[in-house]
Design a protein around this ligand. Structure first.
Ligand code: ADQ
Length: 466
């Protein structure tokens, strides 16, 4: 079996005690790397100031080598904060209004990808399979090809691929597309993203859908497909069951004093629809006064990317909104919204999901949304809660048992909360079983296997059009 090389902007390092890093994606990729042997390469998260970064720092754990590089301050500013998070992220989440184009940032993005390629190439052997992750690293394959590498290289986009009309507002959309054409397999989260991709090629006249998952563009033939990411369903369900004994979970249960709990868990990000969600909860309470003092909404939101101005602004808006609703509707013995700005241990998180009567997952746009899947996996099969899910999350295309909402429609989301709280146990069980069955048979290990299988069997080189 060939070695596997995974490249992503950040690398989940194994914990000091030797246990695997927490998230499902990290666990699945580490398992694949452990089985095949290989390297996980990415940015250390550190800056070398204005000096050239020193050599890669390497750590060996079992069959896996973790290889990390620092970046300069300018690199971090232009590649990471600039182009990746102020152009690609907002554009792929349909937020043209937030995209900030700057020539410097665009050049920085391509330059850092070249730098990554130069650091990676000396470690690559001819049989290695390379799997590149996410929007930070789209041009990496083109850079590696430029250096003569002929390995199988796959790419998976964790975020949405927007319709052509949105994408073409980005001045370098063609360069980005050319970058994708150098992969052997390009994976998207949903068939909708894949359709957008095919539509973009057609509309711009720069490529064709050749059928059977094959496309051509920029003189190259490659595969593209939908590979909806899953979670470690069975393991997460076990976590949730055992979390009943966790001190923090027990304390939380006591503190809600028999009220229904609604849970929201998101990185603090404008794509997650947190502001609209808080409005919907307020609308629900004002429209259904009988529920006042009967429901507690717990919003767990670790800060993210706070050095990017839009995120700093969001932080302020969400805190103000939660404070305002609590001030207006809360009473001396009831705080309607508990807003927590930190990361939570996964066992506790699983236990909190299980305590909640409703999982409120209402992004304005999301590639997949793993929180929706984790909420379902964590439920008690005897009395499962209800998932209220945005139709604009990739997960909505799979989780048919959820109450689907349009997060821009505050009234509609408020009604779905009321419907979820009033739902009969029979209907809850029926909806939940349907979703759980799907999640058990489509977990993250299968996602990983499917992608790697299709990458390994992608057509042999040469793949250029005669
Ligand atoms: P994210 O935008 O980060 O991921 P999501 O899919 O919801 O969004 O994953 C977040 C993960 O972080 C979940 O596993 C969740 O449990 C965890 N998390 C969130 N808040 C937490 C907290 N306070 N404490 C502990 N853990 C917390 C991107 C894309 C998504 C896509 C994923 C995977 O934006 O659309 O689903 O990648 O492909």
């Amino acid at each position: 079996m060939s070695r596997l090389i995974v490249v992503s902007n950040r690398v989940p390092m194994p914990a000091k005690d030797g246990s695997a890093a927490a998230g499902g994606l990290a666990v699945a990729l580490q398992a694949a790397l452990q089985a095949r042997g290989g390297i996980w390469m990415g940015w250390s998260g550190e800056s070398s100031g204005d000096r050239e970064p020193g050599p890669l720092s390497q750590l060996q754990k079992g069959n896996i080598t973790y290889a990390l590089t620092d970046l300069t301050d300018t690199d971090v500013e232009e590649y990471y904060r600039g182009f990746a998070n102020r152009v690609l992220w907002p554009i792929c989440h349909y937020r043209l209004d937030l995209a900030e184009y700057g020539r410097k940032e665009m050049a920085g993005y391509f330059r850092v990808n070249r730098f990554f390629a130069h650091r990676l190439a000396p470690m690559i052997e001819p049989d290695d399979i390379i799997w590149v992750h996410d929007y930070h690293l789209i041009p990496l394959a083109a850079e590696l090809r430029q250096m003569g590498l002929k390995n199988r290289i796959g790419f998976f986009l964790h975020i949405p691929w927007p319709p052509a009309d949105i994408l073409v507002t980005m001045p370098v959309h063609e360069e980005i597309m050319r970058g994708l054409s150098h992969y052997d397999l390009v994976g998207f989260q949903t068939d909708y993203d894949l359709q957008n991709f095919a539509g973009y090629l057609r509309r711009e006249g720069i490529g064709d859908d050749l059928g059977n998952g094959s496309f051509d563009s920029h003189g190259r033939i490659f595969k593209a497909g939908a590979y909806p990411i899953g979670i470690e369903t069975a393991g997460f369900a076990d976590f949730a069951e055992s979390a009943a004994n966790n001190v923090m979970v027990q304390k939380t249960r006591r503190s809600i004093e028999g009220r229904d709990m609604i849970i929201g868990v998101d990185r603090l990000d404008y794509s997650k629809g947190i502001i609209q969600r808080l409005e919907a909860f307020e609308r629900f309470l004002t429209g259904n006064p009988a529920y006042q003092n009967k429901v507690t909404y717990l919003q767990i939101t670790p800060k993210s990317r706070s050095e990017v101005p839009e995120y700093e602004h969001m932080q302020k808006m969400v805190a103000e909104q939660a404070g305002r609703v609590n001030g207006a509707i809360g009473t001396v013995d009831w705080v309607p919204i508990r807003y927590v700005n930190r990361s939570i241990n996964r066992t506790v998180l699983a236990g909190l999901y299980r305590l909640a009567t409703i999982g409120l997952v209402t992004p304005l746009r999301d590639g997949m949304n793993l929180v929706a899947k984790e909420y379902v996996a964590a439920q008690n099969p005897d009395r499962p809660g209800v998932l209220v899910l945005s139709r604009f999350a990739g997960a909505a295309r799979e989780l048919k048992g959820a109450l689907l909402v349009n997060p821009y429609d505050v009234e509609g989301t408020a009604n779905a909360i009321a419907r979820g709280l009033a739902m009969s146990l029979g209907e809850r069980r029926e909806r939940w079983s349907m979703m759980m069955e799907h999640l058990l048979s489509h977990d993250v290990s299968l996602w990983c296997e499917n992608f790697l299988r299709d990458l390994v069997t992608a057509p042999e080189l040469p793949r250029t059009i005669a």
